[in-house]
Design a protein around this ligand. Structure first.
Ligand SMILES: Nc1ncnc2c1ncn2[C@@H]1O[C@H](COP(=O)(O)OP(=O)(O)O)[C@@H](O)[C@H]1O
Ligand SMILES: [Mg+2]
Length: 303
């Protein structure tokens, strides 16, 4: 018995509804949570947390160990997370303690505050760089999605996306697709996180910082840099010299990871293309100014 009822926060419900529309997930969520608490012998231990996709319940295991129960719909974006976490096995990433393949639910070790709370930009980027180096060092298992396939599809989708954009934006999108086309012959073989921004790095006890919320992908390490480059944008703007501040983040990342700068820029531009295509798919008719600014700063530095 769990004692207390699971309450789904209204903000999570609203966000979920906005992203996924109508469906049984929200209605069934309290029952799913109760089922997992029972099956894994857990007690609720504090207020629920959430991101855009997952509901995360702090819990205690039967021996009193703190953990969190992560509940999220299984989609193409979330399906790979358990395999990635199992493969990293705690090395640079949160440790997965249990996984229920039927519901996609996971029991994870409990971590602390997010890296977004660390104001020093060099220090925060350095933490992400160090974690990426460790995550990329682990051999990718079979069954992970491949950057080669995803990048080829992006190039294929670009002409159609351009028809939804005005001339300047369409021309920029085509330039990004040209960069990616030239990189397609060598898509890379590292195990990538795909979404390592400052809120997906949490403080730990075993290690100072650990990655959460991966969407594993086999590919070139350069494709993993953009979330560290474009996140906390206001901080780059506040320096008064945005291009220099962006190049500084890039230099920290490529130095720590030992990457060829041009190639890393090329794949970062590929990741910008991906963000732009997602926006167009969502019905946007103008490209996001943060993404176009990054593209304009990085294009001259690329391959
Ligand atoms: N292992 C954990 N320990 C403590 N809090 C966590 C843990 N995993 C996730 N959280 C909290 O839940 C939030 C959402 O989890 P996350 O895995 O990032 O899902 P989403 O895909 O919705 O962003 C995180 O931003 C964090 O506040
Ligand atoms: Mg997250």
């Amino acid at each position: 018995m769990t004692g207390t009822a699971v309450v789904v926060p209204a903000e999570y419900a609203a966000t979920h509804h906005q992203i996924f529309g109508d469906g049984p997930w929200l209605t069934d969520l309290p029952a799913l949570a109760e089922q997992r608490l029972e099956a894994w012998d857990l007690r609720l231990d504090g207020d629920p947390r959430h991101g855009m996709v997952a509901l995360v319940l702090p819990v205690l295991r039967s021996d009193g160990t703190p953990a969190v129960l992560k509940l999220q719909p299984v989609t193409t974006d979330t399906a790979g997370e358990p395999l990635g976490l199992r493969t990293w096995d705690g090395r640079g990433a949160v440790r997965m303690l249990e996984h229920d393949p039927d519901s996609g639910s996971m029991l994870l070790e409990r971590l602390g505050t997010a890296l977004s709370g660390v104001d020093d930009d060099d220090a925060a980027v350095g933490v992400i760089a160090g974690l990426l180096a460790r995550l990329h060092a682990v051999a990718a298992p079979a069954g992970v999605r491949a950057l080669g396939d995803i990048a080829s599809a992006m190039v294929r989708d670009t002409p159609q996306a351009c028809t939804q954009l005005e001339d300047g934006d369409a021309a920029l999108l085509r330039r990004l697709a040209d960069v990616v086309t030239d990189l397609l012959a060598e898509p890379g073989d590292r195990l990538l996180h795909w979404d390592l921004h400052y809120d997906n790095v949490l403080a730990g006890d075993r290690e100072p910082w650990l990655a959460i919320d991966p969407q594993p992908l086999i590919g070139d390490p350069g494709f993993d840099l953009l979330p560290a480059l474009d996140n906390r944008w206001e901080q780059l703007v506040a320096t008064g010299d945005l291009p220099a501040a962006l190049r500084r983040r890039l230099a920290i990342l490529t130095d720590v990871l030992g990457l060829d700068r041009r190639r890393a820029v090329g794949w970062s531009l590929g990741r910008v293309l991906q963000n732009c295509l997602w926006d167009v798919e969502d019905g946007e008719t103008r490209l996001n100014p943060v993404q176009t600014t990054i593209a304009e700063i990085l294009l001259p530095l690329g391959p």
